[in-house]
Write a new protein. Structure first.
Length: 289
């Protein structure tokens, strides 16, 4: 991570290489899920149903103090065709999301998707007890992809935004038809988190801020903070604001790539200020005719 909160180009590159092929964070996640599928199959062959049940999520068990279930539920992945399709979706769409966000923000997104489901149903246990296991989060990652690239053509040239809306509606109807409130809330929580995370990363949304309460100090104990020399000089000229520091070229390249992928509107206010500062710095360095 570079200074000023900007991602370095390495954040968008591979974690490592394997036989000349790049290996990214999403590939490592899929590899971990495949290992969990093989381990689950081995436990099923060994008839270790008791151990499998102790790894799965249970809101009532978490309330009894079995906190490890908040983490271990995702390790229980019985083999199935549906799981294989989810892993393919995670590789396909997750790679594009990681390419845009960078490795760290993609892992933050996935960690949030992993935890939002057990935390939500732990809180709702008194009114809606829930038990579940496994899950790849691939559909929520697809929602993140559709939020980033709503006009990307998919199968039969359907735009990503309409495919996302259609699959969301289908999933909600299936949950309502089965009277499965847990599935309906899970769908809303994971997809809503993915959408909100992307919108926040694009600078369109901001997390709510709560007021901070501070104890007032006695007037005798308060001391004036020293004013920097540059600030005093600016105040004497009538301008007390300090101009932003110009961004290094590596950061400018990252911002330009972001503009090329999703437009100027995708920049946050801080990123726009950094880009403007870099432009002004470049003009100052340009020799005058």
């Amino acid at each position: 991570m570079s200074l000023h909160g900007f991602e370095s180009p390495e954040e968008h590159g591979p974690v490592t290489w394997w036989r000349g092929l790049p290996v990214h964070a999403v590939h490592l996640l899929v590899a971990a899920l495949v290992v969990s599928m093989l381990a689950t199959t081995a436990l099923q062959l060994a008839r270790a149903d008791g151990l499998i049940s102790r790894l799965a999520f249970s809101g009532e068990a978490v309330w009894r103090g079995e906190l490890w279930r908040l983490i271990t539920y995702g390790l229980v992945n019985p083999p199935s065709l549906a799981l294989a399709i989810e892993l393919l979706m995670l590789v396909w769409f997750g790679r594009e999301v990681e390419r845009f966000l960078g490795r760290r923000d993609f892992l933050r997104l996935y960690a949030g998707l992993y935890l939002v489901r057990p935390l939500l149903f732990t809180a709702l246990t008194p009114v809606l007890p829930a038990n579940f296991e496994g899950g790849t989060g691939s559909f929520a990652v697809f929602i993140a992809f559709a939020t980033l690239f709503p006009d990307a053509p998919l199968l039969f040239n359907l735009l990503a935004r309409w495919v996302a809306w259609g699959l969301l509606a289908l999933g909600a109807l299936m949950a309502l038809g089965a009277r499965d409130g847990v599935r309906l809330l899970e769908l809303a929580a994971t997809c809503g988190f993915a959408f909100a995370f992307i919108r926040h990363h694009q600078g369109r949304w901001s997390w709510p801020r709560f007021p901070r309460f501070r104890l007032s100090r006695p007037a005798t104990a308060m001391r004036a903070a020293p004013v920097p020399v540059a600030a005093r000089a600016g105040a004497a000229r009538g301008t007390a604001t300090t101009p932003p520091v110009a961004a290094p070229m590596a950061e400018v390249d990252v911002l330009l790539d972001k503009i090329a992928q999703s437009g100027l509107h995708s920049l946050t206010a801080a990123e726009r200020a950094r880009l403007e500062a870099a432009r002004e710095d470049l003009q100052r360095r340009r020799p005058k005719a």
